[in-house]
Design a protein around this ligand. Structure first.
Ligand SMILES: CC(C)(COP(=O)(O)OP(=O)(O)OC[C@H]1O[C@@H](n2cnc3c(N)ncnc32)[C@H](O)[C@@H]1OP(=O)(O)O)[C@@H](O)C(=O)NCCC(=O)NCCS
Length: 165
């Protein structure tokens, strides 16, 4: 049986450098040109909805949720979700996902958008956005644009941009 030698807790301000390093390792220097990174560029993530996986004193994984607007509606953008290479496939990514989604639902948020692989995210309630319904300020594979609706949230439409914190 695989070991689960980690604990999930809320992100703290002092975690930032370690999280940046994880993201750099996972996505490389081209990450800032990615559409999802560009949306988040000037929008601080929500500290009450962002989590790290701790292996002892080391940050082995991170997930962040950031406020966005889809059209005129408040929503959240999920990501990056990053797990350190030596901690992959032990369930940490899923544990981080569950923590973030549960926290968003408990906070009363109604929609979480992400760009990612549907097979990984669909167990958490994510579905493909109907083609053309939500537009991003950059190229995105429409099959990877996914949304989870919660708290009786309805499907949203319109252009995505960074929201108010
Ligand atoms: C994607 C990522 C977060 C998964 O984290 P993880 O802790 O390794 O994953 P978990 O242990 O929770 O889940 C492992 C399972 O998910 C599957 N999986 C992993 N990445 C997947 C993907 N992109 N698509 C579909 N399934 C995937 C694994 O095959 C494994 O399946 P199994 O349980 O049937 O064996 C991690 O691989 C990572 O950091 N990748 C680089 C950054 C990235 O791509 N982030 C996501 C986009 S923002």
């Amino acid at each position: 049986m695989k070991q689960t030698a980690w604990v999930v807790r809320l992100e703290e301000a002092t975690d930032n450098t370690a999280i940046e390093n994880l993201q750099a390792e996972a996505f490389g220097p081209g990450r800032f040109a990615r559409t999802a990174f560009r949306i988040r560029e000037n929008v601080p993530h929500r500290p009450d909805l962002s989590f790290v996986g701790m292996a002892g004193s080391r940050i082995a994984g991170s997930i962040r949720l950031s406020p966005i607007l889809i059209g005129k509606s408040d929503a959240l953008l999920l990501g990056p979700l990053t797990v350190a290479p030596d901690f992959k496939n032990r369930g940490l990514g899923k544990a981080l996902m569950q923590s973030a989604i549960d926290a968003a639902a408990a906070a009363g948020d109604k929609a979480v958008l992400l760009v990612g692989d549907a097979p990984y995210y669909s167990p958490f309630g994510f579905q493909q956005v109907p083609f053309g319904q939500i537009t991003l300020p950059g190229p995105v594979d429409p099959e990877r644009l996914l949304i989870a609706l919660m708290n009786d949230g309805a499907m949203l439409s319109g252009a995505v941009h960074g929201g108010e914190v």
